[in-house]
Design a protein around this ligand. Sequence first.
Ligand code: F6P
Length: 304
Amino acid sequence: MGKKRIGILTGGGDCPGLNAVIRGVTKTAINKYGMEVIGFHDGFEGLIENRFTFLTFEKVSGILTQGGTILGASNKANPFEHIVLENGKTVTIDVSDQCMELYQDLGLDALIAVGGDGTMTIAGMLAEKGARIVGVPKTIDKDLMETDTTFGFDTARQVATEAIDRLHSTAQSHHRVMIVEVMGRNAGWLALESGVAGGGDIILIPELPYQMKEVYRVVRQRSRFGKGGEQVVKKIVEDSPERVRLGGISHRISHQIEEATGIESRVTILGHLQRGGTPTPLDRLLATRFAVKAMELVVSQERK
Ligand code: F6P
């Protein structure tokens, strides 16, 4: 009998620590359990299109500290709703049976799906079709259900906190209001924790309704002269499972503050800067622990 094999893919948006998981899984599988590891390219796209690579010690060496994912990711690929062009028209087809055939043909013992809510939903549906799945939670937003924390969050929080620290001095020099817009989608964790750590005077998060009157009062009080709920949709991405892309609320708030108080205001939108770069030690540790645990679950055949 040949060696046992597992597959791994990274789905959804990228996040610092993904490479640490890929490395941790590969090294544990090879070193501890004598298994082979197949890495699918670009999340579920690799499973759909039969694109993968054998992960070796050499391939994962030196990636612990790198941001992004050496396997690539996709936040659109979905075997149950695969978009193809038929007679010049885009149609959605279910190619999950074909993915299950590849899973069988490759002789996979399990598939480790590293991702957020979208990836876990698809992985759960593949599990119902018979695939053995171990999910590794990933997101800078820290918004996955049944999950206390996720790797990537600490790095994003660090980037956001450092940005706030840097903006303090220029805010003071010009007696301006500085607004920093962070990521997080419908979860306020990044805003709340970087805001508190950076000493923000006002922190607005989606979970708590706020009154602009109160914002103006604090701004006036804090100036030398002297609560969310709201969402701003940046764009709709039709072929994405998460169609709504949020962003730009800080410009609206900035405008309102200037109008109401007469105090100059400037906006910084951190965007994808928060998802890039080298993961913090905490994220590297968490990602490595998740990787080792994922392999233990693969081997023990435990169901959680
Ligand atoms: O879920 C992670 C996240 O970075 C959110 O904080 C953000 O709203 C979204 O992804 C951005 O997605 P995209 O990279 O597709 O623009």
